[in-house]
Design a protein around this ligand. Structure first.
Ligand SMILES: Nc1nc2c(c(=O)[nH]1)N[C@H]1C(S)=C(S)[C@@H](COP(=O)(O)O)O[C@H]1N2
Ligand SMILES: [Mo]
Length: 183
């Protein structure tokens, strides 16, 4: 069974954005990881493109109950990006161009579970779906997959992001149906 509890299948790819779609040119785009010690690691678009990429095929589960199975992406594994980052942080706040944030445990970005994705279904990722690049962390509800991703802040303490502050679940495991706080 590939459909988590309470979800239905869809063939389309709905767009869910709180607010306007930011347009981020790749010549000014950067991805910044800030550690709990304040150390910064930066990648330009050209540097991201030069890193080895993967082509994961994953299932997407949105908390509004649609799921889309077998989606094809291209992106750089967070394992590659975090390889040279010296940290003992337990949590991450993901930041997007446009101001969106979402939080998750650091370990959920490791071990082949998350990518900075820049192609979908054989095409450059469309701006509506987070292009030029979004976080893809498909084992959690899709609100954790921040579109227009700009960076990560690694922290010792867990802090709620945009939807988590509005009553959504802190972790968001679709298989345990963790939609809202208290689920
Ligand atoms: N920056 C940003 N990322 C975001 C959102 C958003 O509003 N802003 N919405 C989230 C939610 S609730 C979902 S379901 C998915 C939707 O991704 P899609 O529009 O590509 O389907 O993006 C997530 N990432
Ligand atoms: Mo969502």
């Amino acid at each position: 069974m590939k459909l988590p509890p309470g979800q239905y299948l869809t063939e389309d790819f709905p767009v869910l954005t709180a607010g306007p779609t930011p347009r981020v040119p790749t010549d000014t785009w950067e991805f910044v990881v800030v550690t709990e010690a304040g150390e910064k690691h930066r990648w330009s678009w050209a540097e991201l493109m030069a890193l080895p990429s993967e082509q994961p095929t994953v299932d997407l589960h949105c908390v509004t109950k649609w799921s889309k199975l077998g989606t094809s992406w291209q992106g750089v594994s967070l394992d590659v990006l975090l390889d040279g980052v010296d940290t003992a942080a337990d949590y991450v706040m993901v930041h997007s161009y446009g101001g969106y944030t979402t939080n998750l445990p650091f370990e959920d970005l490791r071990n082949g579970q998350a990518w900075i994705a820049y192609r979908f279904d054989g095409e450059d990722l469309h701006p509506e779906h987070g292009g030029p690049a979004r976080l893809l962390v498909p084992h959690l509800y899709l609100w954790k997959s921040a579109k227009w991703v700009r960076g990560l802040r690694l922290t010792d303490e867990d802090e709620p992001g945009f939807w988590e502050s509005a009553g959504y679940h802190d972790y968001g495991d679709p298989w345990r149906e963790q939609r809202y706080q208290g689920d």
